[in-house]
Design a protein around this ligand. Structure first.
Ligand code: SF4
Length: 690
């Protein structure tokens, strides 16, 4: 575009899994306005972040040139110098210690095409399956729960299906702040159509206050009430018997595993009253009777997944939906709400230690043979390290080098001091990001990347919907879109990649991945989108499981119940449960949105929510500083006295202006047993008045 001209560019918001589409109006580098277009996920809506939180792209703190460590400082370098250093160090470390001494972490802030290239760099160029992405920190347990029961790891329908439901249940999700436009659609359906709304959460947030029923169980006990409600439905003869008979395996074994989960047991463990759970069971059954369109949609997020039993509880949600026949028709199903826009896509496109793009398993010899031929390399059959085990491997000295793209790992991973020690232990550490992050302080090379407004590509939202984004601005300074950086690094290592545009990358990925067989940029033009699986003829699949579940026999599988209680139950020394989550105004750790003056003025820092009774008991003044101390660290925050939290609970947003006060200084090493997702929500602290 000629200088001074006004441009309108269609892009997709990266700030949450709703994946709102909009036009960005720019003149030169100035963002004039954000105008929602006819996006399939958002219609003509956005939230405050999507509308106003983009000025960070012109921040004077942006990285604009590669940096190389020089003793205790960093010096500016050329791209050739930086990539040559990376190639030399990676080559030396691989020669000395083997390819599994290197690890790669992709970002869900980046595009599908970029996730594809990170895993290709790891597998083809280096020869390791040590590759993962930041869904390991949030939604891997939800994916595991769905893989165990219905076969695909994504939402079973679209946001439109959530609107069509007769009953929406949210569990461990503060959707009004974490997925604002989706929550608006739920609120609208509740108000205008009389859609039932049940909210189960530790905090009485906005959606909880609007719900027909708000249930506040004890922390970490969702598995118990879900299993008890399911058992009650089965025992009372209220299950969807024809559905179970025709489409589901494993009923007898599952039923036997529920023996202990009576409503009375659930009341004792969760604190929810047995009559309330019985009423919930009947509410679910009434909304599932099949006589009217729609059924039950269950939405869940990190309150469920970031627990030691996150995968078990996610499977319990899916079990409940199966027992009541809530899969396969419009207006029903399972909806794990993805955090960033591209949490779904980063895994879809293969940035996982055991799966190639489209969830094709590295253990499958036919899959390996296909990729080996296409990439002219050997694909290893063993699963690699994930984010969590990479930290452990760095500390025990087996992981020597890490390539981290678009992830403030030092603040968003749990147990921050432990992670810092792992970063210090690495022999070579590459960080690729938009800003010089807290994590970058430990790097040997820092590469300047472009944010979403400066790049082309695709994102996949929480609905499995693939959408195009177009570059509204040129890269700032010498920064580059991540796919270009990855290609430079790969080619410095001798790969010979020749991608000229992200469309080339998508074309290659689609040719190797049945899930995306019909995905082309032509079919994604403008506001068009595709919901995977996408057939070769371009037909897509907004609603899964209409005829078959994704297992060889086409039948779903009930997964036996196993309750994994919390590890850090409060005790005399650490007497309060600490919960954490997102804020409406800020994105993730806050590196971007704290640099947007309007947003930062509105919400300048993190805080800790304290119930009025607890505040009175401990002498905590609203707005005063307090110290929170856990077994793993301490932070200093201002107290916000509010009855949103229960008396024995504290709540801290994950977004902090100062790294010293990040909530993950308090969280520990406990993790979901099946996926290694940190159990952020399983943290006990004490509160000290300053
Ligand atoms: Fe939409 Fe989420 Fe972005 Fe808000 S943060 S505009 S709801 S995608």
């Amino acid at each position: 575009a000629r200088e001074g001209f006004i441009r309108k560019t269609k892009t997709v918001c990266t700030y949450c899994g709703v994946g709102c589409s909009f036009d960005v109006w720019t003149r030169d580098r100035h963002i004039l306005k954000v105008e929602p277009g006819p996006g399939p996920a958002n219609g003509v809506s956005t939230c405050v972040k999507g509308k106003f939180a983009w000025d960070y792209v012109n921040s004077g703190e942006r990285l604009t040139t590669p940096l190389i460590r020089d003793g205790e400082r960093f010096r500016e370098a050329t791209w050739d110098e930086a990539t040559a250093l990376i190639a030399r160090r990676f080559t030396d470390l691989r020669a000395a210690h083997g390819p599994d001494a290197l690890g790669f972490i992709a970002s869900s802030k980046c595009t599908n095409e970029e996730a594809y290239l990170v895993q290709k760099l790891a597998r083809q160029v280096i020869g390791t399956n040590n590759v993962d992405n930041c869904s390991r920190y949030c939604q891997s347990p939800a994916t595991m729960g769905l893989w165990r029961t219905v076969g695909y790891g994504g939402d079973s329908g679209t946001i439109h299906d959530i609107e069509l439901a007769r009953l929406v249940i949210t569990v461990g999700s503060n959707a009004a702040e974490s997925h604002p436009v989706l929550a608006t659609r739920v609120k609208r359906a509740h108000k205008r159509r009389g859609q039932g709304l049940v909210v189960v959460d530790l905090r009485e947030h906005e959606l909880a206050r609007r719900a027909d029923v708000f249930l506040r169980p004890r922390a970490g006990t969702d598995f118990v009430w879900l299993s008890a409600v399911t058992k009650y439905i089965l025992d009372a003869g209220l299950a969807a018997h024809d559905f179970l008979q025709d489409r589901v395996n494993g009923l007898d074994e599952y039923r036997a595993s529920l023996t202990a989960f009576t409503l009375e047991y659930a009341e004792a463990v969760t604190g929810l009253r047995a009559p309330d759970l019985r009423a919930l069971a009947h509410r679910i059954v009434d909304a599932s009777d099949g006589r009217a369109p729609g059924g039950v949609c269950i939405l869940w997020a990190m309150g469920v997944t970031q627990q030691v039993g996150g995968s078990e509880t996610s499977a319990a949600i899916s079990n409940l939906l199966l027992v009541t026949g809530n899969y396969g028709r419009p207006g029903m199903g399972a909806y794990p709400l993805r955090g960033h826009n591209n949490v779904q896509g980063a895994s879809d496109f293969g940035a996982m230690p055991d799966r190639l793009p489209g969830y094709q398993q590295v253990s499958d010899p036919d899959v390996r043979a296909k990729f080996s031929v296409a990439w002219d390399c050997e694909i290893r059959p063993e699963a690699g390290l994930n984010n969590t085990t990479m930290v452990a491997a760095a500390l025990d000295g087996t992981l020597k080098a890490l390539y981290l793209s678009g992830e403030e790992m030092g603040l968003t991973d749990a147990n921050a001091d432990h992670v810092a020690r792992a970063h210090e232990a690495l022999e070579f550490f590459v960080v690729q990001d938009v800003f010089f992050t807290h994590t970058a302080r430990y790097a040997d090379v820092v590469l300047p990347a472009s944010p979403s407004l400066e790049k082309d590509g695709t994102f996949t939202n929480t609905e499995r919907r693939i959408q195009r984004l177009h570059a509204a601005l040129p890269p700032l300074g010498d920064s580059l879109p991540d796919w270009m950086i990855l290609q430079r690094v790969a080619n410095a290592l001798g790969a010979g990649w020749t991608y000229t545009h992200p469309a080339d990358i998508m074309h290659e990925a689609a040719s190797l991945t049945p899930l995306f067989a019909g995905v082309t940029y032509d079919r994604l033009d403008g506001y068009r989108s595709l919901v995977w699986p996408v057939n070769a003829d371009g037909t897509d699949t907004p609603l899964l499981y209409t005829e078959r579940f994704n297992f060889p026999d086409g039948r779903a599988r009930l997964y036996p119940a196993q309750y994994l209680p919390r590890v850090e139950a409060p005790d005399a020394q650490y007497d309060l449960h600490l919960n954490s989550g997102r804020m409406l105004e800020h994105f993730h750790e806050g590196n971007m949105t704290f640099r947007v003056p309007g947003i930062a003025a509105q919400v300048p820092d993190a805080f800790v929510e304290v119930h009025p009774d607890l505040a009175r008991e401990r002498g905590v003044e609203d707005g005063a500083y307090v110290r929170l101390v856990s077994r793993h660290g301490a932070v200093r925050l201002r107290a916000l006295v509010t009855d949103r939290v229960a008396p024995g609970e504290l709540y801290v947003p994950m977004n902090a202006r100062r790294a010293e006060d990040a909530v993950n200084r308090l969280t520990g090493a406990q993790a979901d047993a099946a996926t290694c997702t940190p159990a952020y929500k399983d943290t006990a602290v004490r509160l000290e008045v300053l």
